[in-house]
Design a protein around this ligand. Structure first.
Ligand code: BES
Ligand code: MN
Ligand code: ZN
Length: 497
């Protein structure tokens, strides 16, 4: 899909635009948007509305051909709901409806002229990002491993956005495309089968990104991890035939002395639960347990494409969690890289065991902030469903600037998060009779005790934990990775430049 900006003014009018299709908005009370009015000199659009063929309800559409006085071959009327105001929801619905029609159109180019500067509480940059994201989503196919590929939509391949053409909108479009490209990588990695998307595959993907965008990429092997005394991370990989990989990827776009932002991703390429084995139904979805890692790599693709003037370091701890005669057992005690001993009471609480060593490793970079991203707990899905990722930071009862920063990056990008608590009471739940810490808490608040566990390893820098268990993929008939939280992470980084 090829995107561009098309600005209209008195000389260069929407009426004279030569295109396969121009999409404009109409409202529920049969009122026309400004762009629709401009195309209605002949009164044909008003006449069509009068017939009742389109309700104006969000997402309703009506195609008109050969409208008198309009250079475009077709005019697509798209319902935007109440004339009172364009909301985030109605605008997104209208874009989805338009894009769906474009996908099967007998034309290859179109202009989307919905009221992009009139969405309540959202700016034109948000609207641009929404159009690009929805359009890219509509052409996304997860057929990399099918012998016969899914039919590719034959319709519109060149989409022009009717917005003012200035430095701001040009940048917004570039950012939107970069984020969509980053999300595509994250989706592709998540959707790949776990026999292909192994820790080695993630390492090769990072190396390829390094070549494409001049990132420095280092992959630490088992020997090096042993030398670093990553006893906790290594305990998770014991049952697997696949070698673990610890990936460090660097984009030094800022001043050499500027403290970097460090992104840490959970890269469990398959989570069986280990000896504390998971039940069979739906276990295939644990191929998505590397989505934290996938989102770190996807975000690197976006920032590489944008050449962000910021120092960003990605750390991906990747391995499988498998049962075997050599696998870690419940009751085993391991020593983490920072010296804390951990009693592994449940081998299925493995995400925190790999992340804690990655978080200790991050100390060496003197980070400005560390953001870890992980499909960490099923309890997070219970708490927040599939709408918001969970975020956790220290100083829970206080106003927290970092939580605010992440929350607004989420809102800005439509990739929302919700704050949950950590603190002393949750740490109490992690006490072990035999080691410094247990890897699971006493019953209750499993997402919070998981985050509290990680907090023990992050005391040398500002830190945010993002639990994406509910947001990284969809289940059921529409199963697939979502590409989240690449939009939130990329916006967070852009806002820091
Ligand atoms: N990867 C899972 C978390 C998960 C489960 C994410 C289902 C999305 C859907 C994680 O490794 C895990 O198994 N967590 C356990 C922790 C428990 C043993 C304390 C869980 O959530 O059940
Ligand atoms: Mn698990
Ligand atoms: Zn897991």
């Amino acid at each position: 899909m090829d995107f561009s900006i098309k600005a209209f003014d008195t000389k260069n009018t929407i009426t004279s635009a030569k295109t396969g299709c121009v999409a404009v908005a109409v409202f529920e009370n049969k009122k026309l948007s400004q762009a629709a009015q401009s195309l209605d000199a002949s009164g044909e659009i008003t006449a069509a509305l009068k017939t009742g063929d389109i309700s104006g309800k969000p997402g309703s559409t009506l195609m008109l051909r050969g409208v008198t006085g309009v250079a475009a071959e077709r005019v697509l009327l798209v319902g935007l709901g109440s004339v009172e105001g364009v909301t985030e929801k109605s605008f997104t619905g209208a874009v989805q409806a338009a894009v769906k029609v474009f996908a099967t159109l007998g034309a290859t180019d179109a202009i989307i002229a919905l009221p992009m500067t009139e969405v309540k509480e959202r700016d034109v940059n948000w609207a641009i990002r929404t159009v690009v994201q929805v359009a890219r989503d509509s052409v996304y196919r997860s057929d990399a491993q099918k012998s016969k590929k899914d039919p590719v939509p034959t319709g519109v391949r060149k989409l022009a956005l009717a917005v003012p053409n200035n430095a701001g909108t040009k940048l917004a479009l570039a950012q939107a495309i970069a984020i969509a490209n980053g999300m595509q990588l994250t989706k592709d990695l998540g959707n790949l089968s776990p026999n292909i998307c192994t820790p080695t595959y993630l390492a090769e993907t990072a190396k390829k990104l390094g070549k494409d965008y001049k990132f420095n990429v280092e992959v630490l092997e088992r020997k090096q991890l042993e030398a670093l005394k990553m006893g906790s991370f290594l305990s998770v990989t014991n049952g697997s035939e696949q070698p673990p990989k610890f990936i460090v990827i660097k984009h030094m776009g800022g001043k050499p002395k500027d403290a970097p932002v460090v992104l840490v991703g959970k890269g469990i390429t398959f989570d069986t639960g280990g000896i504390s084995i998971k039940p069979g139904p739906g276990m295939d979805e644990m191929k998505y347990d590397m989505c934290g890692a996938g989102s770190v790599l996807g975000t690197f693709r976006a920032i590489g494409e944008l050449g962000l003037k910021l120092n960003v370091i990605g750390i991906v701890a990747a391995c499988e969690n498998m049962p075997s005669g050599r696998a870690t057992k419940p009751g085993d005690i391991v020593t983490s890289m920072n010296g804390l001993t951990i009693e592994i009471l449940n081998t299925d609480a493995e995400g925190r065991l790999i992340l804690c060593d990655a978080l200790t490793y991050a100390e060496r970079f003197n980070p400005a902030v560390v953001v870890d991203v992980a499909t960490l707990t099923g309890a997070c899905v219970v708490a927040l469903g599939h709408h918001n990722s969970g975020i956790f930071t220290r100083d829970d009862d206080q106003h927290n600037a970092l939580a605010d920063e992440i929350t607004s990056a989420g809102k800005q990008s439509g990739d929302t998060v919700w704050r949950l608590p950590i603190g002393e009471q949750y740490n109490e739940q992690l006490k072990s009779n035999f080691a410094d810490l247990a890897n699971i808490g006493t019953p209750g608040g499993a997402s919070c005790t998981a985050a509290a566990f990680l907090e023990n390893f992050t005391r040398k820098y500002p830190w945010v934990h993002v639990d994406i268990a509910g947001t990284a993929w969809r289940s059921g008939g529409n199963k697939g990775a979502t590409g989240r939280p690449v939009p939130m992470l990329t916006s967070f980084l852009i806002n820091r430049t």
